[in-house]
Write a protein that binds this ligand. Structure first.
Ligand code: NAD
Length: 477
């Protein structure tokens, strides 16, 4: 397959369903309409949940090995259609074609790898009188809600384990990037039994309808901490299970013994990959005073070579901000820094006439209490921050309501590890960032999340714990 038609439908009960109405989806590089997505009504959500509930008994009874094969088959479908999917994803998301391919193929890798996991059974007792086992059984219908920064990869973080564990799913992409996910739903209609995976799209009401829907048993949500709080509140009414992967304000701590030339590029991409729109992007870079000036110079030299533009154009390395709302947030942070008189090393307030482009922006040691240091920028704006004392850097890194990721950079990995162990974050990297694995738990500490995705811990989040005991000897009369 090399291209898609421009007809985007939802997938409910294995069938194509048009929306009650439709909404425009824009290309963030030029603000033109690239397609119209179905806008699901409340009745259509009810239909999707009903289809998922109807499919649940047979799916949970499907042998685990068959479910493993079918989750692996999702990987095959993604890989076989990577070319048209990546083009569509670049058009709606803005990222480069290579980055879009990585999003799609990352989703494939996640499904394939997740399918190798097994659900453990713990034998608690096996005596003459009793056998007691603890197992993990599926929960029911999972409502999966995804953000716009990695639409396919982050949807697969949820689909793989939810389906493998025996749940059925209603998946909702972000209204800013629904099209590639709708196509994935379409491509999987003949792969999965009807109703096992339903894909619906809609406007701002659809998420809250899902989180309060009595037919949804668990919500798996990736998005901002602000929305995460609303999801938890809404899910509390029926005590739905929740997994929340939320925002971050990751600190990198750079020690004075690094090789500046070798590390500068890696540090640049840690902060600016996907135009900074990564939950685990480095959002605050604490650099030791002894190496601050040379690293600053090396970062600037490299940053000046990076091409920002339309993700579909050859040579582009960074695309636009994905949507107007987020563009406005990033611009307001830059404007605040300008108004307060902070020093810009490069970049600043954007001036593109069309498209949500923000130039690579680096700030020189703004105050610790500034908005750009304290808030999640989720855009290509990085504060470089100077420190003299490692304990001070650790304290500043930890002084955040967020606790998603953090990194430490040093030629001495043991010393870096000792610092890393003091950081309050769900994932800590030494001399790299953003390495995630489908086989390793990924969790947000503090207000960066509730629960875990990926790995065995992530798989278990899609299960209820069930202990079964069998009394072997009949009670004497
Ligand atoms: P968002 O919270 O605005 O939206 C996420 C999803 O939730 C979208 O599908 C949206 O339609 C839906 N939604 C919005 N309001 C809702 C409500 N009241 N109830 C239910 N659903 C609702 O987030 P975003 O702007 O799409 O994504 C950016 C944010 O996501 C950043 O904060 C980023 O750090 C975070 N993020 C976290 C991770 C992670 O794994 N921790 C990964 C990627 C992004």
């Amino acid at each position: 397959m090399t291209s898609f038609d421009d007809d985007f439908t939802m997938t409910i009960g294995g069938k194509a369903v048009a929306g009650a109405s439709a909404f425009d989806v824009l290309n963030p590089a030029n603000e033109t309409v690239i397609g119209r997505a179905p806008d699901a009504s409340r009745e259509q959500l009810d239909a999707a949940v009903a289809a998922a509930r109807a499919a649940f008994p047979a799916w949970r009874a499907t042998p685990f090995a068959t479910r493993q094969k079918l989750v692996t088959a999702i990987a095959g479908v993604l890989a076989a259609n990577a070319e048209p999917l990546k083009r569509l994803l670049t058009a709606e998301q803005g990222k480069t074609l290579d980055a879009a391919a990585a999003d799609v193929m990352g989703g494939a890798y996640w499904c394939q790898s997740t399918a190798t996991l097994e659900l453990p059974v713990t034998v608690n007792e096996d005596s003459e009188t009793r056998r007691s086992e603890t197992r993990h059984v599926p929960i029911g219908v999972v409502g999966a809600i995804a953000p716009w920064n990695f639409p396919i990869l982050l949807a697969c973080f949820k689909l793989g384990p939810a389906l493998l564990a025996g749940n059925t799913v209603v998946l909702k992409p972000s209204p800013f990037t629904p099209l590639t996910t709708l196509k994935l739903g379409e491509l999987l209609r003949d792969v999965l039994p009807p109703g096992v995976l339903n894909v619906i799209s809609g406007g701002d009401s659809l998420g809250p309808w899902m989180t309060s829907h009595p037919g949804i048993d668990k919500v798996s949500f990736t998005g901002s901490s602000q929305t995460g709080r609303k999801v938890m509140e809404s899910a509390a009414a029926s005590l739905k299970r929740v997994t929340l992967e939320l925002g971050g304000n990751d600190a990198a701590i750079v020690l004075p013994d690094i090789d500046v030339e070798k590390t500068a590029q890696q540090l640049f991409w840690a902060a600016f990959g996907n135009s900074g729109q990564i939950c685990i992007a480095t959002k605050r870079m604490y650099v030791h005073a002894d190496v601050y000036e040379p690293l600053k110079a090396a970062l600037l030299d490299y940053a000046k070579t990076v091409k920002v533009g339309d993700g579909a154009e050859q040579g582009t390395q960074l695309g636009p901000i994905q949507n107007k709302l987020q563009f406005g947030r990033v611009v307001s942070l830059i404007q605040d820094a300008k108004d307060k008189g902070y020093k810009f090393l490069m970049g600043g307030v954007p001036d593109a006439e069309k498209g949500y482009f923000v130039p690579v922006t680096i700030l020189d040691n703004p105050p610790e209490d500034s908005r750009i240091v304290q808030e999640e920028q989720f855009g290509p704006v990085l504060p470089l921050l100077k420190f003299d004392n490692v304990d001070d850097a650790i304290a500043r890194a930890n002084a955040s309501e967020y606790g998603l990721g953090a990194s430490v950079w040093s030629a001495d990995t043991d010393a870096a590890l000792r610092i890393g162990e003091q950081l309050q974050a769900g994932t800590v990297w030494i001399n790299e960032t953003q390495h995630l694995s489908p086989l390793a738990g990924f969790a947000g500490h503090k207000q960066s999340g509730v629960g875990v995705e990926n790995g065995l811990e992530g798989l278990l989040e899609y299960t209820n714990t069930q202990t079964i005991t069998v009394k072997k000897a009949l009670a004497s009369a």
